[in-house]
Design a protein. Structure first.
Length: 278
């Protein structure tokens, strides 16, 4: 089954949206620096049952640049207008990293059938330690923005840690090849992660939506143990872990697909959950 691509202008940003499959819509939101290819394996496995609607953030993939800096709040703001433009009603949302944080913000004020958070941002409580950690990464990516000669090799090593599995090798190569181009976006994003408002714990507690937290347990950047207190605040939450680095749907697609189908079937079967997302 082939994918269709559409460019949609939202708030003076040309966003590329790729759709593949048929059936219940699944809105796919990527990590910072990633693109629609992240969801290729999952779409290949489940395109006969779901329509995967894959958004490429500003400056990523085929999308145009933004005039506003990167943050989960900015991406959620774009979703406010993008989702109606796509004629999506009550989609299931899968969000990875900053995409998870943007999906959580979006789901807090819009109807969704369910929310899948994959190593999501926004779940580690703010502290001076977190702020220092984020500033360190922002400085690293600022070096790439300056085109420091050593940035390219170190960025490649960094992505060996982020996406360590064989299944992610092709996507890892694409991201590494774009390392210098992505550096300004990564610098802006990491600067935003270190601000108090990046913590989404209060939204997690108030969210009356079924949530499946799918965690790649080899993640060195967002450790699961630091996120467990916030995950426990979800009213209708469940947690699964996978042998992956940051994006289980990309790195362990067969195992992820099996559990995603279970989650989707539960959404369809439970009247209580249908009411919660209406």
């Amino acid at each position: 089954m082939t994918a269709s691509e559409r460019m949609i202008r939202i708030d003076d940003v040309e966003l590329c949206v790729e759709r593949k499959g048929r059936g219940e819509p699944v809105l796919c939101l990527t990590a910072l620096g990633h693109d629609a290819h992240d969801f290729d394996p999952l779409a290949d496995l489940l395109a006969d049952r779901f329509e995967f609607v894959r958004v490429e953030w500003p400056g990523h993939g085929r999308s145009g640049p933004d005039t506003k800096p990167v943050s989960a709040a900015r991406y959620a703001e774009l979703l406010d207008r993008l989702v109606p433009a796509l004629n999506l009603e009550n989609p299931v949302v899968i969000g990875n990293s900053i995409g998870g944080a943007a999906g959580l913000i979006y789901a807090s004020s819009h109807p969704v059938r369910g929310l899948v958070l994959c190593n999501s941002g926004g779940l580690v409580e703010f502290s001076p330690e977190v702020a220092r950690f984020c500033r360190l990464f922002a400085r690293f990516f600022a070096a790439g923005e300056r085109r420091a000669f050593w940035y390219g090799p170190l960025f490649a090593l960094y992505y060996r840690m982020v996406l360590p599995t064989r299944q992610a090798a092709a996507q890892r190569r694409r991201i590494v090849a774009a390392g210098y181009r992505l550096a300004p976006l990564l610098r802006q994003g990491w600067a935003s992660f270190g601000r108090p408002e990046a913590y989404l714990g209060p939204l997690a507690e108030s969210l009356d939506v079924p949530v499946w937290v799918s965690w790649a347990r080899r993640d060195k950047i967002i450790p699961l143990d630091r996120c467990r207190p916030t995950i426990a605040r979800f009213r209708h939450g469940r947690l699964s872990t996978f042998d992956a680095g940051h994006s289980a749907f990309l790195e362990q697609p067969e195992a992820f697909a099996r559990e995603f189908v279970v989650f989707a079937d539960d959404l369809a079967a439970s009247p209580r959950l249908r009411v919660a997302t209406s």
